[in-house]
Design a protein around this ligand. Structure first.
Ligand SMILES: NC(=O)c1ccc[n+]([C@@H]2O[C@H](COP(=O)([O-])OP(=O)(O)OC[C@H]3O[C@@H](n4cnc5c(N)ncnc54)[C@H](OP(=O)(O)O)[C@@H]3O)[C@@H](O)[C@H]2O)c1
Length: 314
C-alpha cells in the first residue's frame, strides 16, 4: 500500500479507501450478502493495507465496520462516516446531529470519528448546512467526539459541483468527498484548484460506479452523447466505445483504467472503491497502486470528456 497525507488533517491515509456504500454496500444492498461476508471484506481491505474506511448512517454498514475493526488498535484506522441531513424544518436539527453521532459511535464501537461529514449536501441545502448544522458539528469536535469535519456532495443531483464550488469559497471544511471519474473530470477545473490551495483533504467517489463496470450502461450513455452531439458519431466504436483505452494501454478491464485515472489526478488524496466482491477488492487495490494510464489515452479521454460536467457514471 501507499500512504499519503489527507490535506490539512495531517492524517496518514492509504491512497485506496474502502467505500461501504454505493451500489454495493459491501454486498449488503438488497440483503444479498450476509454480515459475515461484509465483515470479511472489511478485514480483507485492512489486510491489504487499507486504513481508510468510509461508511454512513444511511448505508446500514456501520455495525459491520464496527465488528470488523474490533480488536484493531484504533489509531491504525481512519474512520469516516456521515450524517444524513435532518429536514430543514426540523424543530431541533442540532440535536439530530448529536443523536446521529452517538448512534454512529455505538455501531462503530469507537469513542471518536476521524472524519464526520454532512452527507450528500445539495446546493439548495447548503445554507442550512452551514448556518444550522455546522455549529453542532463544531461542538462535537470541541468535545473530542469527532476530529475533522467534512462535507460530501450529491453528485448525481449536482454533477457540476455547485455546492462545493460555493462551499469552498469560505474556509470551513477539512475534507470533502467529490464525484470524479473519466466520464466527468470537471472537478479538475472547478474543485481541485480550491482544495489544493486551502489544503482541504479530497476523497474521490464514483471512480467506476455503474457506467464503467456495466458495458450496456456505457453504450447507452454514448448513444445519448451522440444524439446530443456531444460526441461525434464515428469518433468511437458504438459497440464498445472505450475500446481504445484497453487497446492502447496495459489495462485489462475498464474498472482498472478507471481507478488508475482517478488515483493519479493531482488533488485526489484517497480513491474510494466500493464492492461486495473479494476478487474485485483485491484487483481494485492493485489498480490503484499501478502507474498512470499512457499519455495518448489520457489525451483521447480529455478530447471526449474534458468539457463535460453533467455525466456521473451512475
Ligand atoms: N454522496 C456521498 O456521500 C456518496 C455517494 C456515493 C458514494 N459514496 C462513497 O464512495 C464510495 C465509493 O463509491 P462507489 O460505490 O460509487 O464506488 P465505485 O468503486 O466507483 O463503484 C462501485 C461499483 O462498481 C462495481 N465494481 C467495483 N469494482 C469492480 C470490478 N473490479 N469489476 C467490475 N465491477 C466492479 C461494484 O460492483 P461489485 O460489488 O460487483 O464489485 C459497484 O457496483 C461508496 O462506497 C461510499 O462510501 C459517497
Amino acid at each position: 500500500m501507499e500512504y499519503t497525507t489527507l490535506g490539512r488533517t495531517g492524517l496518514k491515509v492509504s491512497v485506496a479507501g474502502l467505500g461501504c456504500g454505493g451500489p454495493s454496500r459491501l454486498g449488503m444492498r438488497d440483503n444479498s450478502a450476509s454480515q459475515e461476508h461484509a465483515v470479511g471484506l472489511v478485514r480483507q481491505a485492512i489486510d491489504l493495507g487499507v486504513n481508510f474506511i468510509d461508511t454512513a448512517q444511511s448505508y446500514g454498514t456501520e455495525e459491520v465496520v464496527g465488528r470488523a475493526v474490533a480488536g484493531i488498535p484504533r489509531d491504525r484506522l481512519v474512520i469516516s462516516t456521515k450524517k444524513t441531513l435532518p429536514a430543514a424544518d426540523h424543530p431541533n436539527p442540532e440535536n439530530e446531529i448529536k443523536k446521529g453521532l452517538e448512534q454512529s459511535l455505538k455501531l462503530l464501537g469507537t469513542d471518536y470519528i476521524d472524519i464526520y461529514h454532512l452527507h450528500g449536501v445539495e446546493p439548495p441545502e447548503y445554507d442550512f448546512a452551514k448556518e444550522r448544522l455546522m455549529p453542532a458539528m463544531r461542538r462535537l469536535r470541541e468535545q473530542g467526539k469527532i476530529r475533522f469535519i467534512g462535507v460530501t456532495e450529491g453528485f448525481v443531483q449536482d454533477p457540476s459541483h455547485k455546492m462545493l464550488r460555493d462551499g469552498l469559497k469560505a474556509d470551513l471544511w477539512d475534507v470533502v468527498m467529490v464525484g470524479f471519474n473519466l466520464l466527468n473530470p470537471s472537478a479538475r477545473k472547478s474543485v481541485f484548484p480550491q482544495t489544493v490551495e486551502k489544503q482541504v483533504g479530497v476523497l474521490n467517489m464514483f471512480a467506476v460506479r455503474r457506467a464503467l463496470s456495466q458495458p450496456d450502461r456505457l453504450k447507452s450513455i454514448f448513444r445519448d452523447l451522440i444524439r446530443k452531439g456531444a460526441v461525434a458519431a464515428g469518433s468511437v466504436n458504438a459497440g464498445d466505445p472505450l475500446d481504445f483505452v484497453l487497446r492502447e494501454s496495459d489495462t485489462a478491464a475498464l474498472p482498472d483504467a478507471a481507478y488508475r485515472f482517478c488515483r493519479h489526478e493531482r488533488g485526489v488524496d484517497v480513491v474510494l472503491t466500493g464492492t461486495g466482491n473479494p476478487a474485485h477488492l483485491k484487483a481494485n487495490v492493485e489498480s490503484i497502486l499501478k502507474p498512470p494510464l499512457p499519455e495518448p489515452v489520457l489525451r483521447k479521454l480529455a478530447d471526449l470528456f474534458g468539457n463535460l460536467d453533467y455525466l456521473t457514471g451512475n
